[in-house]
Write a new protein. Structure first.
Length: 624
């Protein structure tokens, strides 16, 4: 039968349940503005009845109720919505990062026209045009030199600006890596606490909120997904790789990269393997540094290298007013002092690589002449070697166009003497050097006997840079040029001999007797004509096309980043609003909860008072 004091116990349970509900509502109100907090609710159920339906129950009707019990305190959270937010958040931060840095790049290219590289180059060509009209004028020569100095200064400044953005991005990468490592360690630590709490049968709501907030912050930095195993082991993945598993986290490390930048690459600290991220702030930063800004710098270097190379090619063969010849107009620093371009690439003390930028064949060709032979040329490409076939009916112009239209990193054209020139471009892969011809081979004779570059056909006569003295496979009488030091746009300048004596500026050519005619302006005309010639290695564009494309490219990519960011902002705003409507704290709602359970608390207290009176009557007022 029921105990005389069972009513007091029943009332106590009610007071405790209402107290827990009021306390939980107060906890919600206190954390209404706490980042990442999810509102909580008390789950209340009936306490187990006094009698259960079995053979041991007393012979009396009904099941005697024993009041209320707090089953659990749960947080209100939509896990599917959380996964959507985590999956989308890295996209928003990716475009935010790209938009921020492209704003900087646009500012670099958005320079006033009268001081831009393009306007300075226009003035440089105009100076040569003026010299071609007045080849005997010292003032015209001085104008060429002065405008050349202004042009090289603006190119140097462009490189410094782009390099400065790259350095800024690199610093941001290092800081972001530290953030990622810190957050993953915190997630692992919180996981350990959650596991202990759940082992005791508790609901660690605040710890779960803290973990979800950390995952949200991590998803802004890298593209993560989450998963919980049957054993309640919480895991975080990035691009299919585990970065957090239970109470264990993996760190990202920075490892020096063997190139001229001094930047580091991302690796997994535990394995040393490359760590790659396709989204989030970190993914955007690495892409900006190693692709976008690198491409801009390479494009500037390509323009600078070919511009100076073409001007020098004419100028060194021409003569100044003082009959001085053989002078380069612009300074080009060779990558190595070795005449054959030999270089110790692996640092073991032995010359093992040939760094050569340009081959020039010894035979004169006619663009419209059919080659009359067939074969397959092989050049180094963006990923492995690239094969370029040629056929009997092809003209020289067709073969050159086919080389330039391929994905090889070797391009071709005919120089002023109609000799075939092969030049190296910048390399798409960071592991390969820029402006270095890595492989040239021909199964036939177009590059051998026809144009006079290679010694012969077949693999045994191929040029491959992965050996010292590779130039020995070139035909005797052909010419080659050693590759330049990295980033020619950083150091291009006018030859000091020309700056010190403007009469060294070459406008014409010496005759067969070594005499220079005062009115000869053939060299000046030839240099001025470079302006509108299709000479850009890589796509056979003019210099004007280069400037137009560079500005357009940065502008369009900046616009793309801005438009995608606005779209993603709208998506994330809707998702966050939806989560706030589910998990956010509403002060009015919580106050209503407090009032509701306050009334329950008062009623339970009144019930205990009544029951106390009944017990008092039984104990103190019955009997004699």
């Amino acid at each position: 039968m029921g105990s005389t004091f069972s009513g007091i116990e029943l009332g106590k349970r009610s007071i405790m349940a209402n107290t827990d509900a009021i306390t939980t509502a107060g906890h919600n109100i206190s954390n209404a503005n706490t980042e990442g907090y999810s509102r909580q609710r008390v789950q209340i159920r009936e306490f187990d009845p006094l009698y259960k339906p079995d053979l041991t129950r007393a012979e009396r009707p009904g099941m005697i109720g024993q009041g209320v019990d707090v089953q659990s305190i749960n947080r209100i959270r939509d896990e599917l919505l959380d996964k959507r937010i985590v999956g989308q958040q890295n996209v928003e931060s990716y475009w935010q990062t790209r938009s921020d840095y492209y704003t900087m790049l646009e500012q670099i290219y958005n320079e006033p026209y009268d001081v831009s590289i393009r306007s300075n180059m226009d003035k440089y060509w105009e100076a040569w045009q003026e010299l071609s009209i007045n080849p005997e004028s010292q003032a015209a020569r001085q104008a060429v030199v002065t405008r050349a100095e202004t042009l090289t200064d603006s190119i140097n400044q462009r490189w410094e600006s782009l390099s400065g953005v790259a350095d800024l991005i690199n610093g941001d990468i290092e800081a972001t890596v530290k953030q990622v490592n810190s957050i993953t360690r915190q997630i692992a630590d919180v996981n350990a606490e959650i596991i202990k709490s759940k082992a005791m049968g508790d609901n660690p709501n605040d710890l779960l909120d803290r973990r979800d907030l950390l995952v949200d912050k991590l998803s802004e930095l890298i593209n993560v997904t989450t998963d919980t195993r049957d054993s309640d082991e919480f895991m975080v993945h990035v691009d299919g790789r585990v970065i957090v598993q239970g109470n264990i986290s993996r760190d990202i490390d920075l490892q020096p990269r063997f190139d001229d930048t001094g930047y580091s690459k991302l690796v997994w600290a535990d394995t040393g393997n490359d760590a790659k991220f396709s989204g989030g702030k970190l993914g955007a930063l690495v892409e900006l540094r190693d692709v976008d800004v690198r491409n801009e710098i390479q494009s500037l270097n390509t323009m600078t290298m070919n511009f100076s190379d073409l001007v020098n090619d004419v100028h060194r063969n021409a003569a100044g007013a003082n009959k001085v010849t053989g002078l380069d107009f612009f300074v080009q620093h060779p990558f190595v002092e070795n005449a054959n371009g030999n270089f110790d690439r692996n640092g073991d003390g032995q010359l093992d690589t040939s760094y050569v930028f340009r081959f020039t064949g010894k035979n004169q060709l006619d663009l419209q002449q059919q080659v009359g032979i067939e074969g397959v040329m092989t050049f180094s490409g963006t990923s492995g070697n690239v094969e370029v076939p040629y056929f009997h009916t092809d003209t020289v112009e067709t073969v050159i166009a086919r080389i330039n239209d391929s994905t090889s990193e070797v391009k071709a054209y005919l120089d002023r003497n109609n000799n075939l020139v092969l030049k190296a471009t910048t390399s798409q892969s960071i592991d390969n050097p820029d402006f270095v011809i890595r492989h040239v081979e021909d199964s036939g004779y177009f590059l051998a006997g026809y144009s006079g570059i290679l010694n012969g056909s077949g693999a045994e006569n191929a040029y491959d840079f992965a050996q010292a003295d590779a130039v020995e496979n070139l035909t005797q009488g052909s010419q080659f040029a050693v590759a330049p030091v990295y980033n020619p746009s950083a150091y291009i300048e006018v030859n000091a001999a020309i700056k010190n004596d403007v009469m060294n500026v070459a406008a014409g050519y010496l005759d067969s007797n070594g005499n220079a005619f005062t009115g000869d302006a053939r060299a000046a005309v030839e240099i001025a004509s470079i302006r509108n010639s299709k000479i850009m290695v890589g796509s056979e564009k003019t210099f004007d096309d280069y400037f137009a494309d560079s500005v357009t490219n940065v502008g369009l990519k900046g616009e793309q980043a801005e438009m995608n960011l606005l779209s993603q902002n709208s998506i994330m705003e809707d998702l966050h609003n939806l989560r706030d409507s589910i998990s956010g704290v509403n002060i009015d709602e919580e106050l209503a909860e407090v009032m509701k359970f306050q009334h329950g608390y008062n009623a339970a207290a009144k019930f205990i008072t009544v029951w106390d009176s009944l017990v008092d009557t039984i104990i103190n007022r019955l009997g004699v």
